[in-house]
Design a protein around this ligand. Structure first.
Ligand SMILES: *Cc1c(COP(=O)(O)O)cnc(C)c1O
Length: 301
């Protein structure tokens, strides 16, 4: 994994307008096409921990398009650790491109119903599940644990103090929490939630924040485009326009929704004059390919 490939890329001035002093993107999507973005940081600490504690394998959770699952599969292969993926609500008969790739990376897939999957955070259920495999270290869905947060905090070390606002997309909120706990209090952290009524995450985040709990962070869930994993033609044309101007591909599940929201906030005059904004590209580009392949497949082309 080549972390030195991460760069800060300025966005086009015409795209962000003259009111703010600058808007840049931290390209965490660049160091690896599969183990991209925030997933690598969250996994790195989890894998290290599993090896140090003498676990024989790792086990984690996700849906059929999960960036976390595929990143785990690839990272585990890189570190020669056997990996098990518990897949939600899929019978495994027709694998998505994401799940096929997981298998190619050597991940053992184990399919459970949506009903069963709901138990994924219960100790008894997990103990019974773990007993079926070879002494696995269990990583929660999305890498949402202490190690995941510690890994995400390392992203903060890449962020210069000159930025006034840092923007990131949320799934489980693990990356957001890790960043918030590591960033200095003069930097405002804005979180963009790609699901409906996503501000339910506020409470969890508030509890996990270590200091100055009520300061310098905010969540927005206005730009969900119908819910998690959903999108509209408008979002797709926004992504294409963004690419034409800035030459940066966005993913339709997370980063496109964040940038669309930011565009709205810019036009609403949300930012103070002279704000210096950093948007974090958390990766996820494999999802575009997997989702597009699925669309083609379902439409029978
Ligand atoms: C997983 C993911 C996120 C969300 O990360 P969390 O730590 O779960 O909040 C954001 N962006 C992309 C591209 C992702 O793949």
């Amino acid at each position: 994994m080549d972390e030195s490939k991460v760069i800060v890329q300025p966005l086009d001035k015409e795209w962000h307008g003259p009111h703010v002093s600058g808007m840049d993107m931290l390209r965490l999507d660049l160091f690896d096409p599969v183990i991209s973005g925030n997933k690598w940081y969250k996994l790195k600490h989890n894998l290290q921990y599993a090896m140090q504690q003498g676990y024989k394998s790792i086990l984690t959770f996700g849906g059929a398009f999960s960036n976390h699952l595929i990143a785990t599969a690839a990272a585990a292969q890189l570190h020669h650790i056997p990996a098990v993926g518990i897949v939600r609500g899929d019978d495994g008969r027709e694998l998505t491109a994401t799940l096929k790739a997981c298998r190619e990376y050597g991940m053992q897939l184990h399919f459970v119903t949506r009903e069963e999957y709901k138990h994924k955070d219960e100790e008894d259920w997990l103990a019974r599940l773990a007993a079926k495999f070879d002494k696995p270290f269990i990583i929660p869905e999305g890498g949402a644990n202490e190690q995941g947060r510690a890994g995400a905090a390392a992203i903060a070390a890449l962020i210069p103090g000159s930025y006034t606002h840092i923007c990131v997309s949320l799934g489980t909120g693990t990356t957001f929490i890790g960043l918030r706990n590591a960033l200095p209090v003069h930097q405002q952290l804005l979180g963009f939630v790609p699901m409906k009524n996503g501000t339910y995450l506020k409470n969890e985040i508030w509890m996990a924040i270590e200091q100055d709990k009520d300061q310098n962070w905010e969540l927005y869930d206005r730009w969900h485009f119908g819910g998690f994993g959903k999108w509209t033609d408008e979002l797709i044309s926004f992504m294409n326009g963004f690419y034409q101007v800035n030459h940066i591909p966005l993913d339709m599940v997370y980063t496109a929704k964040m940038m669309y929201g930011l565009k709205d906030l810019l036009s609403e005059g949300y930012f103070p004059a002279g704000a210096n904004i950093l948007c974090i590209h958390t990766g996820g580009l494999q999802g575009n390919v997997a989702i597009a392949a699925e669309l083609v497949y379902k439409s029978g082309i």
